[in-house]
Every structure is written in structure tokens, then in C-alpha cells.
Design a protein around this ligand. Structure first.
Ligand code: NAD
Ligand code: UDP
Length: 334
């Protein structure tokens, strides 16, 4: 039986497809390539190009494939864009989940692992953030993902579709052999932007705010390597396969790094000066986000391999140096 990965041409999806195949799974991918790259998909996966919201298309995929479970990455995820275009986010993310669950239910597919986010918590009341803490998003992106969690909950109650919601903190890094990596247009995430400056593609980094209530005044975030994240999805699938009930897990390192510390770490790793300046705060940025991640470790048996941001940045830098233009350097790019 196959695992269907939605958004498998994207950054995290492509690394997860790769890890699933390395672990012997039969994998099918659905992606509309709106932000993903065909060249990122492991060639052993069967690829269906189309939109999760297109029920006719999805029904054809489910008719053709013998699907055991779904891993759902397909979404928009740029916070500032979601502030300007909230309906785009509710349509693609939340609307996509409704269509998907209808198709899953019609085909009697009852397991889903879902990309949720720390953005569902909003401004935390306490650090580290526990899964049971209040979820009060401060932007439409986080709200769209929280709504998806709630829709899955009620679909479990009504139809018995079991889910694991994985709430990622800050994801970074690339497959260490440099064959796949992060390639977003435009890029908005801190680590790839710092590396664009290191590579001479941007003149300087702007750090968004140094007047936060943190040790050096810049935001503090919790970084997790994309392959460790990919492995957590496989553990979550196994968790559902053995019959556990629906649940939610934070995925982070439980260690915080400030934006200034990330810049210093990237300077160490790359040996480049990486010019930087301070800029105003970015709307919607919580001061500090650090995960309590003991639940995933204890219950899923998750053991992250990358516990040092230098190692995480090193793998991202290797991808950047070997693919300066991202997937444009690869045959078959979309
Ligand atoms: P990405 O944009 O690289 O990947 C998303 C993929 O989904 C792309 O390949 C895109 O083409 C596809 N897609 C989007 N809408 C689709 C639709 N309607 N139908 C079919 N395909 C569609 O993003 P990513 O960074 O890999 O993030 C993956 C998931 O993880 C997202 O759901 C995001 O919300 C979540 N997440 C990411 C981070 C992070 O730090 N990158 C943090 C928390 C949560
Ligand atoms: N950031 C920054 N400059 C940039 C991009 C990001 O200072 O050019 C900061 C951002 O304000 C946040 C941190 O880096 O404090 C991580 O941002 P990112 O967008 O990577 O992830 P988020 O925490 O928003 O999910």
C-alpha cells in the first residue's frame, strides 16, 4: 500500500518523501507546483500534478492508488502575505483540508499526518510551549492551520479519520549530501536569507527588531533540522498504523537561538562576514518561541540527530554552495 504525500515537491515534503523511500515505503506525491519543484521529488515516487482542492482530480488519484495514509504538507505558509491576503490562506489551507477529508472519507482512508505550526499558539504565555497551551494565533496563516486541526478533530469524531498534528517550530537545513534543499521564491525564512547574503546574492541581512524582551533584544526561535522533522512524520505514521488515537506533538529542539546568535553561527560556518543591519519589527512576530518537545520524544520515540544549529546551517550552506540557483541548477525543474 502507498503513502500519499500532498505537497511532496515542497521543501519539507521533498525531504520526507526521500526519507520514506529510504525507509522502504511506496510513495505517491500530489503537488500543484505552486511553490514546489518537480526536480525535488525522489524519482522513485509516483507524481500526480494537481490541486488538493480539485476533488475530481483527487478522486482519480485515490481510485488509482491503494492509499494507506496521507501526509499533508500542501499549504501556503508566508505569515506577512497571510496578513494581506487572508482569504487566499483560508481558501488553500483550510478549504484544501475540507476537500481532502471528504475524498479520504469517501475512499475509506482513515489516517492523516498533518503539518501544523507553532504559529497556532500565537504569543505564548509561557516558555517552553506545551501542546496543551492555549492556541490563539496572531495571524491568518496560524488561524488557517488551527482551523485545519479543528476540522480534523471533528472528522475524527464523525468519520473516525485519525490524525497526528505535528506542530513544527523553525525548520532549517538540507539533506547533507546537498541533493535537495530549500528553494522558495521569494525567500522569507531567516537561515536561507542569511546564506543568500553569505553567497553575495543580497547585500545585507536586515534583523527585524532588537528591542524585544530577550537577552540580546532580537527574537528567539527553536530550530529543527528538516531530516529530523521528516523522521518524525514516519514515526507519526507508525503511531497511527498501530491503532493509536489522534494527537498533537510539538517538533522543536527545546533550545532557543536569537536572530543575532543565528547570524554569528552562520558567520562561523561560512567564514563570510555577512553584513547585517537592524530594522524595525516585523508585524506578527512573537518575541520567543521555544517548544517543549519531550512529548514527541517520549510517545513517538523521536530522537533528533541534529542538536546544534551550526550543523543545521552547515547542511543548508552545502545545498546553497552546490545549487546557487536552487532547483534551476537541476534538470527537469519547474
Ligand atoms: P513549501 O511551500 O516548500 O511546500 C508546500 C508544497 O505544497 C509546495 O510544493 C506547493 O507547490 C504545494 N501546494 C500548496 N498548495 C497546494 C494545493 N492546493 N494543491 C497541491 N499542492 C499544493 O513549504 P514548506 O516550507 O515545505 O512547508 C510545508 C508545510 O509545513 C506547510 O504546510 C507549512 O505550513 C508547514 N510549516 C512549515 C514551516 C517551515 O519552517 N518551513 C514551519 C511550520 C509549518
Ligand atoms: N528574520 C529577520 N530577517 C529576515 C527574515 C527573518 O530578522 O530577513 C527573523 C524573523 O523576524 C524571526 C526569525 O528571523 O524573528 C525567524 O523568522 P522566519 O521567517 O525564518 O520564521 P518564523 O519564526 O516567522 O516562522
Amino acid at each position: 500500500m502507498a503513502i500519499l504525500v500532498l505537497g511532496g515537491a515542497g521543501y519539507i515534503g521533498s525531504h520526507t518523501v526521500d526519507r520514506l523511500i529510504e525507509n522502504g515505503y511506496d510513495v505517491a506525491v500530489v503537488d500543484n507546483l505552486v511553490t514546489g519543484h518537480k526536480a525535488a521529488i525522489n524519482s522513485k515516487a509516483r507524481f500526480y500534478e494537481g490541486d488538493v482542492r480539485d476533488k475530481d482530480f483527487m478522486n482519480r488519484v485515490f481510485d488509482k492508488e491503494d492509499i494507506e495514509g496521507v501526509i499533508h504538507f500542501a499549504a501556503f505558509s508566508v505569515v506577512p502575505e497571510s496578513m494581506e491576503k487572508p482569504l487566499k490562506y483560508f481558501d488553500n489551507n483550510t478549504g484544501g483540508m475540507i476537500s481532502l477529508l471528504e475524498v479520504m472519507n469517501a475512499h475509506n482512508v482513515k489516517k492523516i499526518v498533518f503539518s501544523s505550526t507553532a504559529a497556532t499558539y500565537g504569543e505564548p504565555k509561557q516558555i517552553p510551549i506545551k501542546e496543551t497551551d492555549p492556541q490563539v494565533p496572531t495571524n491568518p496563516y496560524g488561524e488557517s492551520k488551527l482551523a485545519m486541526e479543528k476540522i480534523m478533530h471533528w472528522s475524527d469524531v464523525a468519520y473516525g479519520i485519525k490524525f497526528v498534528a505535528l506542530r513544527y517550530f523553525n525548520v532549517a537545513g538540507a539533506k547533507p549530501d546537498g541533493s535537495i534543499g530549500e528553494d522558495h521564491h521569494p525567500e522569507t525564512h531567516l537561515v536561507p536569507i542569511i546564506l543568500q547574503v553569505a553567497a553575495g546574492e543580497r547585500d545585507e541581512l536586515t534583523i527585524f527588531g532588537d528591542d524585544y524582551d530577550t537577552p540580546d533584544g532580537t527574537n528567539v526561535r527553536d530550530y529543527v533540522h528538516v531530516l529530523d522533522l521528516a523522521d518524525a512524520h514516519i514515526l507519526a505514521l507508525k503511531y497511527l498504523q498501530v491503532g493509536h488515537d489522534s494527537d498533537a506533538f510539538n517538533l522543536g529542539s527545546s533550545t532557543g537561538f536569537s536572530n543575532k546568535q543565528m547570524l554569528d553561527a552562520a558567520r562561523d560556518v561560512t567564514g563570510k562576514p555577512i553584513p547585517a543591519k537592524m530594522g524595525p519589527r516585523r508585524a506578527g512576530d512573537p518575541s520567543t518561541l521555544i517548544a517543549a518537545s519531550d512529548k514527541a520524544r517520549k510517545i513517538l520515540g523521536w530522537k533528533p540527530q541534529f542538536d546544534d544549529v551550526h550543523e543545521i546551517i552547515k547542511t543548508a550552506w552545502n545545498w546553497k554552495e552546490t545549487h546557487p540557483k536552487g532547483y534551476d541548477d537541476r534538470k527537469g525543474n519547474q
